[in-house]
Design a protein around this ligand. Sequence first.
Ligand SMILES: [Zn+2]
Length: 317
Amino acid sequence: MKKSVIFVFVAVLGLAITLLVSVPAPKRQAYVVPETSEEADWEQIRHGSSKVTFKTLLTGVVKVPVSGMLNLDNPKTLSYLQEKAASEGDLAGSVDVEVYAHWIRHPEKGDIFIDSGLDARFRNTARGSLKGLISQWIVEDSVQLAGQDILSQVEESNINVKMVFLTHVHGDHSSGLPVLPLGIPVVLGKNESLHQYPLIMYNDHFDNVSELQTLDFDGPGVLNVVPLGKMIDLLGDGSLWAISTSGHTAGHVSYLVNATDGWVLLTGDASHTRWGFENNVVPGWSEDERLAKKSLEALRTFSRENMDVRVVFGHER
Ligand SMILES: [Zn+2]
C-alpha cells in the first residue's frame, strides 16, 4: 500500500475513534425562567434599586496565543501588534490573561457564580485539568498564586455556591466546577456543546455535574431590549440578566448585573480584552465570525449609551 493511503487510513480511523468514544454528557433540562412583574419596562429596570453584591475573583493567569484573543485578519490588530512590538522588543505570539469567577450574593437566592475560575490543579502544572493533544496550543502555560484557586477563595470568603451560570464551556471558564458543591445546577446557553473529544481536547469539568440547565433565548420570558437583543431576567427581580451573544461559541452568553455599587456588564469572551472591545475587533477564536461581530457591536453600543455601566471583559478588568 502507498504511504499516503496508509496515512489517510490512519487519520480517518483516528478521527472516527475520537468522535465515537465521546465522554457521556450530563442530561440537559431547560432553565425555568421566573415570572417577572408582567410588562417589564427596561428604563424602569435600569433605574431600579439593587439588592446583590458583586465581586470578581481572580483565580490565575494563563498564557494564550494572541491569535485566539484578537482576529489577526483585521488590519487594526496587525498595526496594534507591530506598534507593541516596536516598544516592547519582539512581536508577542502569546499573551498572559487573567481567569475569573464572578461572585454574586443575593439576599434570597444565596451565592451565585458566573463562570467558575481555575481549580488548584493550575498551581503547579502548566495546563491544570486541560488535557488532550491540542490543549498545549490553547493554553501554553499558567501562573496561580497560593490561595488564588477557586476553592481556597470559596472557603476564605465563606461562599456557599448555589448555582453557576457559564458564559460558555471553554476549559478556562469551567475548570472550577469539579471543586464546587455537588449537585448544584450549572446553567449554559442552549446551543452550547461540551466539546469533549478524548485525545484531542477533554477535561473532567462536567463529570460530577448532575444538573445541566439550558437558557433558551427563543423560549418564554425573553425580553427584547435595544441594543442588546434577547435577554433573560434570570432571578425574576432584575438583578441578573443573561444576554445572548453567540459567535465566540454557538451558545455564548454575556451577563448584566445590577449590583449595589453599580451596574456591571460581563462580556465573557464576546470580547476577551479591553483593546478588542474598544477597537471593535472580535476574538480570533470565533466559531461564527459574523455572529461574533454582531454580538460585539450590540455590547459596544450598549456600553456607549450607558456610560455608568462598568464593563468587565472575558479576561481583563
Ligand atoms: Zn476564555
